[in-house]
Each structure stands twice: as structure tokens, then as C-alpha cells.
Ligand binder design. Structure first.
Ligand code: RAT
Ligand code: ZN
Length: 449
């Protein structure tokens, strides 16, 4: 090829890329998201910050406002690195009011050094999206602004800014505070913006503890898993799936989680094969496994004290193979597990890989993981969930993720254009719709034979 031809060809490539870039960025910005895993709740679950029209409930479950954003457990972990426990003992931090904790974090992570970590940056993206100027550095002013918001309308605004059309809750049935709220008011979950998910970690992780609770709640079960315990646990799950109107059942599992067959001698394996999977299959609901978090390696940090560990992808493979009548949603916390998990998903249509979870939700890793997943799985995965614990985090988590997902897609469609393949705007929008919404909703409604 002559030099002139080469120059012309690279100019054409550049023009093609620019055209694709506009299509993709617009499609990703316009596509609304069904966020499949958060820790957010409707106002009926109470909220520690009241706002303009809502009274405060100190034990409420819906967290929102600047003080909650600043005291997110990701930031608690970061502040103890710079204001160490010898300067401020853990117990003293936990004794502070929420606003005092927020002041402490603001001072150390935003004023005394630049807020360049992903979790710090997220607070600023969020403020900016609401039209509050991060350059003001006016924590008192931000606080006042949030306190003046009417909660219900504020939720609508957050969803609009984040481009989220449905928020999936995590309804932890073994959490007394949450459980009580469901029992006291059967309509507590009836807000169409939110969808329920039944979360039951103790059932799979610690049968004796779960059995003691079940018995207390009128579902007799012994420390040793026997048929009557299995029957009680099935009845319990069924009742709570109905109460919560759950989209799927979910657990978080430690790195050491293993499934080597229903008869591998582990209580967890029996609970899965005799209780959880049969009940979910009967209801036509998927089972979500979030694997790889080792709880409380530093208990003093509370929610911020969990660690990542490498998990066993073959256990997921066995489950997907041995239970073809079930559908599995799966995310893993260790970067090292991502490739094998994506390969596992190539083998089993009933396994849906989702999200860049927790310590993976950082730009460099989201970029790497999303690229790798597209290359192995095409458009057949769910690239992200927010895991928001504070309402307004939906805004930054989705803005940041959308940008990264778009970066990857621009490269991939430009690669296609280089082969001579032409993708229409409608096709780009269809594909983005699959990634951000339909892969999840289709997976929910699909029944395995
Ligand atoms: O990401 C988080 O906030 C974690 O603390 C956990 O909530 C995790 O996402 C989970 O659902 O267990
Ligand atoms: Zn979570």
C-alpha cells in the first residue's frame, strides 16, 4: 500500500471511529438501567435523615444525604489509614454522631489531602450532579441543602440523574430490624420504584445459627440438618419469597465456599440442593451468589472491615451443571477469579455473570473486566450493578460506570467497523439495552426446562 493510501485509510478509520463514538456514547447515556443489586429501600422503611416532608427514624434503613455519603464504609476504611486508630481509637469514632464522623472524614480525606480515590471522587460527582459546587468545599451548605429535600421527590430526582428505572433492594430476612418492618406492615415494600430480593446468608453459611432463628420464628429446625429441618426451611423461604415478592434469592459467600456435590458432607451443600435450589426452581426464580468476601478481618472497622479472597469457580460450574433447572446470577470479588468465571459462563446458559463488585468497582478494573467479558461473552452478561448503600450513590456509580462501559463499546464497534461491518444506530441501542437492562429482565423471566 502506498503512503497516500495508508494516510487515506487511517483518516477513514478515524472518521468511522468518531461516528461510532457518538452513537455509542449517546446510546449509553440514554439507556435506562435496572439496577440489580443495591442496599436501598423505599421511604416506608424509615430513614435516619427526615428531609422536608418526612420524619426521621434513627434506625431507618434508607440512607441518604451528605453525611451518609461521607460515612460510606468505603470511606471509613480510607480515613483510618490517614487518621490512625492511635490518633482516634475506633471506639471513639463509632461514638461520634453521624455528622461528627462526616466532618472527620471530610477534613482528613477531602481537605488535608486531595480526594482522588474512587469513593471520594464519587461524593464530588454526586454533589456536582445536583448543581452543588464542589469548589465551594462548603460541607455545612451541602448539609443544609440535603436536609431541605422532600424525600419522595428526591428519590425521583436521583433516579432521573442516574438514569435508573428500577432499584433492586437486598431484603435481609435474618436482620431483625428489617424483618420486623416487613412483619409490621405488609405493604412496606410496595413502592413501584423498588423491587424485592430475598437475602438469606445464614441459611447457607451457618445452618446451626439459622436453624435456631427458624425455630424461634415458628419453623422448627434442629442443629443437625434433617428432613424436618429441610421442610421447615423450605416453608420459611416460600413464605418470605411471597412476603417480599422477591425477584430472586441471594447470598454472599466466603472465598472458602465449596460445593462438591449434594453429599459432600457440608451443611451448606445440602441446604442448597435440598432447600434453596428446589424452592427457587419451583418458583421460577434465579439464585444470586456473590462470592469472595471474608467478613470482618478487622472487626473494629465494622462494615468496612471485610477482605477479598480468591474463590472456587469450579463450585459454581458444578452447581450450574448439576442444577440445569435453576438459573444462577454470579459475581465474584477477586480480580483473579474474573476470567475463569467468564469462561464458566460460556459453558452454561443458566449462569449469568454480573457486576464489578465492591473493591472491583474502580475505573481501572471495571475497564479491564468489562473488556474481557465482552471479548469472551459478547453481549450476554450484565456489566454492572451499583451496590449503592446511600441513595445518591446511584448517581455517581452509574455515571462513572456508564462512561467506562461506553469506552469499551466504542473500541469494540470501531474494531467491527474496521472489518467493513456497519452497525446502525438502532443496533447499537438494542445492544446497549441488552447490557443495561434486558439481559437481566430476560434472565428473570426465562424458565429453564
Ligand atoms: O459493597 C458493599 O457495600 C458490601 O459491604 C456488601 O454489602 C456486599 O455488597 C453485599 O451485598 O454483601
Ligand atoms: Zn451488596
Amino acid at each position: 500500500m502506498s503512503t497516500v493510501q495508508k494516510v487515506r485509510r487511517s483518516k477513514v478509520r478515524l472518521e468511522e471511529r468518531e461516528a461510532v463514538e457518538t452513537l455509542v456514547r449517546d446510546a449509553v447515556a440514554d439507556q435506562s438501567v435496572w439496577d440489580l443489586h443495591t442496599h436501598l429501600y423505599p421511604p416506608a422503611f424509615g430513614s435516619p435523615l427526615g428531609g422536608a416532608k418526612h420524619s426521621a427514624d434513627p434506625r431507618g434503613l434508607l440512607l441518604w444525604g451528605i453525611d451518609e455519603l461521607l460515612t460510606y464504609h468505603y470511606l471509613v476504611a480510607e480515613v483510618f489509614r490517614v487518621a490512625t486508630p492511635s490518633e482516634l481509637p475506633y471506639a471513639d469514632f463509632w461514638r461520634m454522631t453521624k455528622s461528627e464522623q462526616a466532618d472527620h472524614i471530610w477534613r482528613h480525606l477531602f481537605l488535608e489531602r486531595s480526594p482522588i480515590s474512587e469513593s471520594c471522587r464519587g461524593v464530588l460527582t454526586t454533589l456536582q450532579a445536583f448543581g452543588l459546587d464542589p469548589a465551594d468545599r462548603d460541607l455545612k451548605g451541602y448539609r443544609k441543602w440535603f436536609a431541605q429535600q422532600p424525600l419522595d421527590e428526591h428519590i425521583d430526582r436521583v433516579m432521573e440523574l442516574a438514569g435508573v428505572n428500577r432499584i433492586t433492594m437486598t431484603n435481609a430476612v435474618f436482620d431483625d430490624n428489617e424483618r420486623q418492618r416487613w412483619l409490621e406492615d405488609e405493604k412496606v415494600g410496595a413502592d413501584p420504584r423498588f423491587a424485592g430480593v430475598l437475602r438469606f446468608d445464614p441459611l447457607v453459611r451457618d445452618w446451626p445459627a439459622a436453624a435456631a432463628k427458624l425455630s424461634e420464628w415458628g419453623y422448627p429446625a434442629g442443629e443437625r440438618l434433617d428432613q424436618s429441618g429441610v421442610d421447615s426451611a423450605k416453608r420459611f423461604l416460600g413464605d418470605w419469597i411471597d412476603r417480599v415478592d422477591a425477584l430472586y434469592g441471594a447470598v454472599s459467600l466466603p472465598p472458602g465456599f465449596r460445593y462438591e456435590g449434594a453429599d459432600d458432607g457440608r451443611d451448606g451443600s445440602r441446604v442448597l440442593s435440598e432447600v434453596v435450589l428446589p424452592v427457587l426452581a419451583e418458583r421460577g426464580l434465579p439464585f444470586a451468589m456473590m462470592i469472595g468476601s471474608e467478613l470482618r478481618v478487622n472487626p473494629e472497622l465494622r462494615d468496612a472491615g471485610d477482605m477479598v479472597g480468591q474463590s472456587d469457580v469450579s463450585s459454581v460450574v458444578r452447581l450450574a451443571r448439576d442444577f440445569p433447572g435453576n438459573r444462577f446470577l454470579c459475581t465474584m470479588l477477586a480480580r483473579e477469579n474474573q476470567h475463569a468465571l467468564a469462561v464458566a459462563a460460556r459453558k452454561f446458559g443458566n449462569l449469568m455473570v454480573f457486576g464489578c463488585w465492591w473493591f472491583l468497582n474502580n475505573p481501572s478494573l471495571v475497564d479491564e473486566i468489562t473488556r474481557m467479558r465482552v471479548e469472551l461473552l459478547g453481549l450476554s452478561f450484565v456489566p454492572q450493578h451499583s451496590d449503592a448503600r446511600v441513595l445518591e450513590q446511584l448517581v455517581y456509580k452509574w455515571r462513572h460506570s456508564r462512561e467506562l462501559i461506553a469506552d469499551v463499546l466504542v473500541d469494540k464497534y470501531a474494531d467491527l467497523a474496521a472489518t467493513g461491518w456497519r452497525t446502525t444506530e438502532g443496533e447499537v441501542r438494542r445492544d446497549v439495552g441488552l447490557l443495561l437492562e434486558k439481559n437481566f429482565t430476560n434472565f428473570l423471566s426465562r424458565r429453564e426446562s
